[in-house]
Design a protein around this ligand. Structure first.
Ligand SMILES: NC(=[NH2+])NCCC[C@H](N)C(=O)O
Length: 410
């Protein structure tokens, strides 16, 4: 991709340069036992709004994966990759180290747990890393332990990761580089330790170059939209911080992965936790967007300048995006909805679509009005059911991390 007027040329081979290039390979996580850990007492802290029916959630997820496969997409499953990764002794050691929190369980249990985790086979270890472990599940040990006696048997010695389902957030590919997210919420932080391991030690990925870094200021994949080759939008709100957006932009410029980064302030509340909850791309020049933000969304535009960067704005997001993308205007599919329907469907991830090709998106079937408007605008909508999957507040885009997309033809 060459934009001579910006003095910019994409140097890397294509992996993921856009939101809509034909999807070739995607990372999903089929939910499992970790969802069975959710109770009305812990669901708020674990960022779920309801208690999912796990068998049905798995059926829905299998159907989602099948829709993608039927469109020629290679579906990689995180649990399988993690299990394969743990064959590597270095990965196993790092996994054990990052999952045992000595300050929570005390030194005695920490020792017992570490030696237990080092001795189990890799699929058992992968299961524990994902589903966590309660105090009653801890291996038996000699001697007295105040920690064991005082903790409730159902307290977590290792937290479960129910939000691993949302693979979009814990890592993201830009060009040929993978960025491991720095997740903002305590309930999700350990997720990126797992994606980090997979990308570091799985034979398929171990040579992949990195961008950004898990120990930087918070940036979550749900906030990062690749509007066009070289143009990245980053939502800044409940999760991604201004410092996160700034250092992510620096990393993009340093690796020549972007010529423009738009930092887009979004309301700091649960309904709009990420930019992709209010806006996703459905075609090379079109987005579906929550009508309530269409006219108010703003963007700060960042461009590299003499080894540093320049910031301008804020200006209206749609104008700034079109200008950076080099198009006359960014089409907003007008969902034309009354405010109550729009609010209901936004909450249920109606705006959170996953493009498998330009003009072809996967969406939750329940958002009937939004889907009908998308079809009126010529977008093909592949409907999936998500009554259980959606209880964690995430749609098809959140549940997928594209690893390879074909380049967009001009
Ligand atoms: N990209 C997204 N919108 N992800 C949705 C993540 C939902 C998850 N329960 C959380 O609160 O973090």
């Amino acid at each position: 991709m060459i934009r001579p007027e910006l003095g910019w040329e994409l140097v890397s081979e294509a992996h993921v340069q856009s939101e809509v290039g034909p999807l070739r390979t995607v990372l999903l996580h089929r939910p499992g036992t970790e969802l069975k850990r959710l109770t009305p007492r812990n669901s708020d802290q674990l960022l779920f709004d309801a208690i999912p029916w796990v068998d049905r959630a798995q059926e829905e997820h299998d159907a989602f994966a099948e829709v993608l496969r039927s469109r020629g997409v290679e579906v990689l499953l995180l649990r399988e990759l993690l299990t394969e990764t743990l064959c590597d002794a270095r990965a196993r050691a790092a996994a054990v180290l990052s999952s045992v929190d000595e300050l929570r369980v005390g030194t005695d249990i920490a020792d017992t747990l570490r030696s237990h985790l080092s001795s189990v086979d890799q699929s058992t270890l992968a299961e524990i890393l994902i589903a966590g472990m309660t105090f009653e599940e801890l291996p038996a040990a000699e001697g007295q332990s105040l920690v064991r006696r005082m903790h409730h048997p159902h307290d977590f010695a290792i937290d479960p990761l129910p939000n691993l389902l949302f693979t979009r957030d814990s890592s993201m590919w830009v060009g040929d580089r993978v960025a491991i997210a720095a997740l903002a919420m305590p309930a999700r932080r350990r997720e990126s330790a797992l994606t980090d391991l997979v990308y570091a030690y799985h034979p398929r990925f171990s040579r992949s170059a990195r961008a950004y870094g898990a120990h930087s200021a918070p940036v979550e994949g749900g906030d990062v939209l690749l509007l066009a080759p070289g143009v990245v939008a980053i939502g800044v709100g409940e999760r991604t911080t201004p410092a996160g957006a700034e250092s992510f932009a620096r990393s993009m410029f340093a690796d020549n992965l972007a010529h423009t980064v738009l930092a887009v302030p979004i309301e700091q509340r649960r309904a709009s936790m990420h930019l992709d909850t209010v806006c996703t791309m459905v075609d090379r020049d079109a987005v579906v967007m929550y009508p309530a933000v269409q006219h108010s969304l703003q963007a700060y535009t960042m461009r590299p300048l003499d080894g540093e960067f320049a910031v301008s704005g804020p200006t209206p997001f749609l104008t700034a995006a079109a200008e950076a993308m080099g198009i006359d205007h960014l089409r907003v599919i007008d969902t034309g909805l009354d405010p109550v329907t729009a609010e209901r469907e936004q909450w249920e991830d109606g705006n959170n679509t996953l493009a498998v090709a330009p003009g072809v998106v996967v969406a939750y079937e329940r958002n009937a009005e939004t889907n009908a408007r998308l079809e009126d605008a010529g977008i093909e909508v592949l409907r999936i059911s998500g009554s259980e999957l959606g209880s964690g507040r995430g749609g098809p885009r959140c549940m997928s991390c594209p690893i390879v997309r074909a380049a967009l033809s001009r």
